[in-house]
Design a protein around this ligand. Structure first.
Ligand code: DHB
Length: 368
């Protein structure tokens, strides 16, 4: 009967609180994917169950438990922040339920359960690209400023290691609390340190506050450049950052301005379905996560057991709105192109315009 035939995806996201833009973007992308590809796959009706974990790991854990035990979901997905992804991992392992991480980006997450597959990115993957670019482009000394948790620590470690390998000097490493950060005292320290550049990682949704304070405190006038991972120039916020953001160079895996036919189609459809909201890198992680789930269900001919689904997720190669991607069968992590981008005004709007690319970058966190 219809109930038993339903294939359920439990989508756990921060729909409220500091990380709410991540939830909003990923839910919209997942619904777009379903609208474009139908809600029946290999004879199974697809049901998406969205739950708000407010990015609080205890809540994530409870919701994952309820979804697996009560709702009998076939897959859990989403996970806006690293602590949430890690909180659900043991439940994925115990119940043999595939866990598709669409957002969280600390390298070690995929090692927390053999049932995890990631469609977002890793901080080491994008930070090393900036560590190569900066010293070749006039940045000889830096101070780093990162949110003090998994992805920030990864960004700091992999950026500074690569930067130093290229002869750069790291003057100081600063870490700000994840919750309600006050950047002012840290930026004062940076002014005193007088580096060529400040390297920043903050999670999606926090970039605008950093930009604002960086400009207000006259850092550019003091001759200090800003460099960052693309989390700071998040497409969800970039257009409201103002001309102060012009020229800012970041490294990341997705820009809404990525010049491919597939991306143009994606951005247009996403904006049409969401009152003009521009998709960011979180949306792409969610869209591609749904693709990985749909394709796995097709390959297993609708059977949908955890181990079979997982096997069918490994090794998928496809064209994402970001470019060609691969789900590495060994690591279950995503291999993708990483771009250098510069904030420019295009058709009256601010965009991250790609000007260079490193092809098929694996997570450097797994290479050891
Ligand atoms: C994570 C969250 C983000 O919003 C982001 O941009 C990168 C990483 C995380 O918690 O893993």
């Amino acid at each position: 009967h219809a109930q038993a035939n339903t294939f359920r995806i439990g989508l756990i996201l921060p729909m409220t609180g500091q990380q709410a833009s991540t939830g909003r973007q990923i839910e919209a992308a997942a619904r777009l994917y379903m609208a474009q590809n139908g809600d029946t796959v290999a004879g199974r009706k697809i049901e998406l169950i969205v739950k708000d974990d407010t990015a609080t790991p205890d809540v994530t854990k409870r919701l994952a438990q309820e979804l697996i035990v009560n709702d009998k979901v076939n897959v859990i997905a989403g996970f806006g922040v690293t602590p949430a992804a890690l909180a659900a991992a043991p439940l994925a392992t115990q119940s043999k339920t595939p866990q598709v991480v669409m957002a969280a980006a600390t390298s070690s997450i995929t090692e927390a359960s053999p049932y995890i597959v990631r469609t977002s990115f890793t901080l080491p993957q994008v930070a090393v690209v900036m560590g190569d670019w900066a010293p070749k482009n006039g940045v000889k000394s830096v101070v780093t400023l990162v949110s003090d948790y998994g992805p920030g620590n990864d960004a700091e470690k992999y950026f500074t290691e690569r930067f130093q390998l290229n002869g750069g000097k790291v003057i100081e490493k600063l870490r700000v609390p994840l919750r309600n950060p006050d950047f002012a005292p840290f930026l004062q320290k940076v002014r005193d340190d007088k580096p060529d550049a400040l390297f920043v990682f903050v999670p999606s949704g926090a970039g605008a506050a950093v930009m604002k304070q960086f400009l207000e405190r006259g850092m550019s006038k003091a001759g200090i450049r800003l460099i960052a991972t693309g989390d700071v120039t998040d497409d969800d916020q970039l257009n409201d950052m103002g001309d102060g953001a012009l020229g800012l160079v970041t490294s990341h895996h997705y820009s809404a301005a990525h010049p491919s036919a597939a991306n143009k189609k994606f951005v247009e459809a996403f904006q049409k379905a969401n009152k003009g909201m521009r998709p960011n890198f979180m949306a792409v992680g969610g869209y591609d996560g749904m693709r990985v789930i749909y394709e796995a269900l097709k390959q297993t001919k609708g059977q949908g057991g955890g181990d079979a689904l997982l096997a069918a997720m490994k090794g998928q190669v496809f064209e994402s709105p970001r470019g060609e991607v691969l789900i590495d069968a060994q690591t279950r992590d995503i291999v993708q192109d990483v771009y250098l981008r510069k904030v420019e005004r295009k058709d009256g709007q601010l965009y991250n315009v790609e000007f260079d690319v490193l092809k098929a970058v694996k997570d450097p966190g797994k290479a050891k």
